[in-house]
Design a protein around this ligand. Sequence first.
Ligand SMILES: *Cc1c(COP(=O)(O)O)cnc(C)c1O
Length: 342
Amino acid sequence: MKEIDLRSDTVTRPTKGMLQAIMSAEVGDDVYKEDPTINKLEKKLADMFGKDEALFFPTGSMANQAAIKLHTQPGEQLICDKWAHVYNYEGGGVSFNSGVSCKLVDGDRGMITAEQVEENINPPDFYHSPLTTLVCLENTTNKGGGACYDLEEIKEIRKVCNKNELGLHLDGARLFNALVKTGESPKDFGKLFDTISVCLSKGLGTPMGSVLIGDSRLMKNAIRVRKVLGGGMRQVGFMAAAGIYALDNHMEKLKKDNERALEISNLLKNQAYVKNIEPTETNIVIFYLKDTDKESEFMNQLSEKNIRISNMGQGKLRIVTHLDYSEEMHQYFLETLQNIDL
Ligand SMILES: *Cc1c(COP(=O)(O)O)cnc(C)c1O
């Protein structure tokens, strides 16, 4: 059996069809906005979300960081969950790139409520505290175990943002995993957010790339911010071709990733060595061992079977299913989990 790598859905390699799409892409210099395939991908995503514009970025972090810069000025504050990717996993970019602080909210599995947003807005007239100007949500949540927001809650958050003149950004790195589960449409999200970032290199399986989508009011500056961050690229249409291919061919496959994650989660629930599991909604399974001292022993037994998962610290173990995780691997993994001896 080939190695089964379940550390993240970023480990996928391009499929044959995707490689063909890359090889036959028509390209140009995207710094001059002359790459037809990039332009096509950007238009496709803008239309999909019912927004004016979209811009290709090398990474999701850069797309989020650019969005934060578009919404804020130095000294201001954004509101996000304490587990947010923008706060925890983007190298401190919020302060480095935008000079902005984060008001961290103690949400539920990475999700916050409209009420919590409202409570955490600094009174704009109270000049001693930073001015709150932006709310960042994540869907699905990464550290929260792939949890999906209730769209009704986001509508309430939107109302709070409107009332208080706050921008609303969505870190939608894994938004498509949520959409195939809930049946909601990209336009439902386009209507509610000012800016949305989506990753093409997670479940959709491209080698690289994220896209920031928004209205021209904000997006007109996005290309300059991307330049400042060093993200202007040349014949990157090869990667856009991979993205277009993935949107057309890999979207439905995300359902399988979600289903397999649920099967893993249901099986883990019945294993004596497992203490508890976060509810599994999409393609991420987060669970805790009864005896945390046995984490390395557990990981060793898996690696002897050529299986890798990740340890996120504080007792959290994480499994992420993806495009390169086949049915054969899935059956082998389920069997292995039942035979772990701790
Ligand atoms: C992966 C991810 C990103 C982007 O990460 P990059 O590695 O910079 O592409 C952003 N937000 C969330 C929630 C993620 O899981």
